[in-house]
Write a protein that binds this ligand. Structure first.
Ligand code: SF4
Length: 488
């Protein structure tokens, strides 16, 4: 029989608390809601482990103290013995308060004379900038000091570049207050009702639980324009549902922070309350011109990555958007090999193809969603250069058309944001792989390049390309819907 699970406040609990206290509550009380680990999580977990292993090789270490057959309490007792009776530096120590309620397991505790250095490993390039990282490492130092009485000489984090940075400790009273709040939440306190912003929640394991419930309750917080501050102001006016907000008039939203967004708040509320799109104005589509659907896939590490943009995807609708969805234009993925030379080669092939397209369709519109595409064109132009003809035609002649901007300025739908991933499904479009997103795509790309089997590699790259193609078809659906339904 498995031993009963003991709830403890860990450094990870404090991270979740800082992120969202409901998240901490759910991670303790609602484990069934959590999403399974993604490929991207696995990728990050593997990178973090290998960075920690590399660091461990750089000094004399004992540990990890937690290994097969050793219980958590035994590992904690051994950590304490090593800290009190020896001068050993320890990899993955287990720090556990005497009442068993608080625990921490930093990457390393290093001996420095009679004092201790707490060292954690984080993949971020500047982890010291984020409070969650400072709190987690400080919490381990605070607990180590409480357990041993030894001075903490320094707190350090090894970042994703392998550099060791010293971080300022969080005040002890702050740590104590956070630990106490975390203890309340993992205890028997009721589920918090807080709903964070959609952009914050969408990657959370509990997204479906919180947002489906909020929609069912018709909470005003589901509107994209309702920030946490605006939600507080609306609640103070006793406006809790989008149905209530939908009946209001602009002058009733008097507070400056509501007044500034009054129009969009009311349009969104009316869309949600009626379940129908609400128009603000004509989207201004450049109609009756050939359309080049254009979407890139880029590495989340941006310019720090060896190959920042690994896929330049286009499809040319020579007759504009009049074709129906069963007659999609050929998809043209321009994919980079994951080397610096491959990066340059893909950019040059993209520029060459863009010039050919311009030659055939000088009046074409290059439709993209949001600003990543022009931004990366500019960055690659700075990186490798581009022929003047390319800059004059595709980049600076007004050929690029931000469909997201046109959508956002003209209409609101009862959806949780204006991402194409939310808008296109409302119009009936579905990605071939419902679990695919930008992170998934990058994780798959790296998996493809790790595999030794050429057939398997190609199959994975094809999946990445299919995801990019779906992004193009999603844009195409939105364009056609805007064109057909715009106010005239
Ligand atoms: S989905 Fe949002 S509100 Fe819910 S637990 Fe996660 S971060 Fe908090």
């Amino acid at each position: 029989m498995n031993a009963p699970r003991i709830s403890r406040v860990t450094a990870g609990s404090l991270k979740r608390l800082l992120d969202c206290e409901r998240r901490l509550w759910l991670s303790e009380h609602g484990r069934g809601h959590a999403a399974p680990r993604s490929d991207h999580d696995e990728l990050l977990g593997g990178k973090s482990k290998s960075l920690e292993e590399r660091m461990a090789l750089e000094g004399e270490m004992v540990g990890p103290v937690m290994s097969g057959g050793v219980t958590f309490e035994q590992a904690a007792a051994e950590t304490l013995r090593l800290l009190r009776e020896t001068r050993a530096s320890i990899r993955r120590p287990i720090l556990l308060s005497p009442d068993g309620k608080l625990s921490a397991s930093p990457g390393f505790i290093i001996r420095e004379g009679d004092a201790l250095v707490i060292r954690d490993v984080r993949l971020a390039h500047r982890p010291e900038k984020k409070r969650e990282h400072r709190v987690r490492t400080s919490f381990a130092g605070w607990l180590a000091h409480k357990l041993t009485g030894l001075e903490i000489a320094r707190l350090e984090i090894v970042n994703g570049l392998g550099q060791t940075v010293v971080i300022a400790p969080e005040p002890a009273e702050e740590l104590e207050a956070l630990a106490n709040r975390a203890l309340e939440l993992i205890g028997d306190s009721p589920e918090p009702t807080v709903l964070m912003a959609h952009s914050h929640c969408q990657d959370c394991d509990h997204y479906a639980h919180c947002w489906d419930q909020a929609e069912a309750d018709r909470r005003v917080e589901v509107l994209p324009a309702v920030t946490r501050r605006r939600a507080e102001l609306l609640h103070a006016m006793d406006v809790r549902t989008f149905d209530q907000l939908a009946t209001m008039k602009e002058p009733q939203l008097e507070h400056r922070e509501l007044r500034d967004a009054a129009k969009i708040l009311l349009v969104e509320a009316r869309a949600w309350s009626s379940g129908e799109p609400v128009w603000m104005k004509d989207p201004g589509l450049p109609l009756n011109r050939p359309i080049v659907w254009f979407d890139i896939e880029s590495d989340a590490d941006g310019e720090r990555a060896n190959v920042p943009v690994y896929l330049w995807g286009i499809a040319v609708d020579a007759k504009g958007s009049t074709l129906d969805d069963t007659q999609r234009p050929p998809f043209e993925p321009i994919m980079a090999e994951l080397t610096r030379a491959g990066d340059r080669d893909a950019w040059e092939r993209f520029v060459k193809r863009a010039l050919e397209v311009h030659e055939q369709h000088p009046n074409a519109v290059w439709a993209h969603w949001h600003n990543a595409e022009p931004m990366w064109i500019d960055r690659y132009t700075a990186r490798y250069g581009a022929p003047q003809a390319f800059l004059d035609t595709v980049r600076t002649s007004g050929a690029l058309f931000d469909l997201h901007q046109a959508f956002e300025r003209s209409v609101r739908m009862p959806v949780r944001g204006t991402s194409v991933k939310l808008v296109a499904p409302w119009l009936g479009f579905h990605w071939s792989n419902p679990n695919a997103d930008a992170e998934w795509s990058t994780a798959m790309l790296h998996r493809a390049h790790r595999t030794q089997d050429p057939a398997q590699r190609q199959a994975i790259l094809d999946e990445v390309a299919r995801y990019n193609a779906d992004d193009l078809w999603a844009m195409r659906i939105v364009w056609r819907w805007l064109a057909a339904n715009r106010p005239r």
